[in-house]
Design a protein around this ligand. Sequence first.
Ligand code: ZN
Length: 101
Amino acid sequence: MFCKSCGREIAEGTQFCPYCGASQNSANNVATTQESKVWGILSLIFGILGGWLGLVFGIIGLCTYKDKENKLMCKVGIGVFAFWAIIYLLILISSFSLVNG
Ligand SMILES: [Zn+2]
């Protein structure tokens, strides 16, 4: 493999370039973090829209993430969905009571 900073050939799996000291993992880590945020963002979006997918993506995210910030985003997404679920239930119950009453 080659150094991402100076382009010199370095040993496979080396974390820091012995020539310039540049970290060889940072670029990959940033990409992975941004990619994994997708679940949290989807969870938030669908959670706000009141969709079941908010719950699904939130659970996937909670299982996938190790990062506290990302987990919080999923929890908020699930929480917002739970809020909608309660409203749906209340509407359902009130419509049933209207039918019965
Ligand atoms: Zn280098």
